[in-house]
Unconditional design. Structure first.
Length: 335
């Protein structure tokens, strides 16, 4: 609140922030002070799912002007290294990323960012939709890595925000049937509402039993599994469930070491792929939202003004609803 308003650099823009979603990683940093090797060593601003309005542009910026509404891609390469040259800038080891130590996020009133990673929103795409492009991008990147295509049978493990965007994107990319699992009945109901064909509420089943239920509902083993929990038993179920020759994409992050039936995957030629955030997804996401081919609005279940950020974080921590959105612009009177 009391920080000075930053001045944009030559190729940066100054933004008045509008909508910022709370991610599980934000809550994890708040509660634990680290995620893997990323350790919070000094005060850090959270927030990386964001949109806002341009209020000032640096002298080198030509594609944006004050008043433009933009969505912010939080990862900005600091150098043009081998990964950037290959179009996989998300893997650049020196990348700036909002709310990943030591880089500040954008849960604040005013924020400056590289203009090249701010994308103008069409008039028919709201600020909230703009903020939701970040989680939606995880779904786009995961489904691309998985090779979802016309007629795919897909198993999504976990019905949190990331599981749900993977359902949306898989269906958009042509999946014929999507089955999703979770512990929570309410989250599975939300998955059904946004287009999941089948849901499985997991109780005490073994990973093999979960895999069997998936096969039974789809009528076959899925070619693609997208694992969004990071839980060991869920990864095991993902391997058992995936058809021989198919692909398992690991999206959820759990402990560094997990025990999995790797020989089962190996002898059946199940490809196991990871994803790290996303790259080259914002233009695609904006096109999908503007054309109304994808509807992310049902994902937002709670809204708080910035002054009630702590309450918003507590709500997310308790696992209530799906996506909690913070409103950073006090002048905005929209519902």
């Amino acid at each position: 609140e009391n920080r000075p308003v930053p001045e944009p650099g030559p190729n940066e823009v100054l933004l008045r922030m509008h909508s910022v979603g709370i991610c599980g990683s934000d809550v994890h940093y708040w509660q634990h002070g680290r995620i893997g090797d990323f350790v919070v060593k000094e005060p850090m601003v959270l927030g990386h799912e964001a949109s806002g309005t341009v209020v000032k542009v640096g002298p080198g910026v030509t594609h944006l002007k004050p008043g433009d509404r933009v969505a912010i891609e939080p990862g900005v390469p600091r150098e043009v290294d081998e990964f950037c040259k290959a179009g996989r800038y998300n893997l650049s080891p020196t990348i700036f990323f909002c709310a990943t130590p030591p880089d500040d996020g954008n849960l604040c009133r005013y924020y400056k960012h590289s203009a090249s990673y701010c994308y103008k929103l069409p008039d028919n795409v709201t600020f909230e939709e703009g903020a939701l492009i970040e989680p939606l991008s995880v779904g786009i990147h995961a489904c691309r890595r998985a090779g979802v295509t016309l007629g795919s049978k897909v198993f999504v493990s976990g019905s949190g925000p990331i599981g749900l965007v993977n359902v949306l994107v898989a269906k958009m990319m042509g999946a014929a049937a999507v089955v999703i699992t979770d512990l929570s009945a309410s989250r599975l109901q939300k998955a059904k509402e946004i287009g999941a064909d089948f849901t499985i509420q997991v109780k005490n089943e073994t990973p093999q039993e979960v895999a069997s239920k998936v096969e039974s509902l789809l009528g076959c083993m899925p070619e693609i599994t997208v694992e969004c929990t990071g839980v060991q038993a869920c990864i095991q179920a993902g391997i058992y469930a995936t058809r021989s020759g198919g692909t398992l994409v690991l999206v959820g992050l759990g402990p560094e070491m997990v025990t999995v039936p790797i020989v089962n995957a190996a002898v059946r030629e199940v490809d196991i792929r990871g994803i790290f955030r996303y790259c080259n997804t914002w233009p695609v996401a904006i096109a999908l939202l503007a054309s109304k081919r994808i509807n992310v609005k049902p994902l937002v279940t709670h809204r708080f003004p910035l002054e009630k950020a702590l309450e918003a974080f507590e709500t997310t921590k308790r696992g209530e609803g799906v996506k909690v959105m913070l409103k950073c612009d006090p002048t905005d009177q929209s519902p």
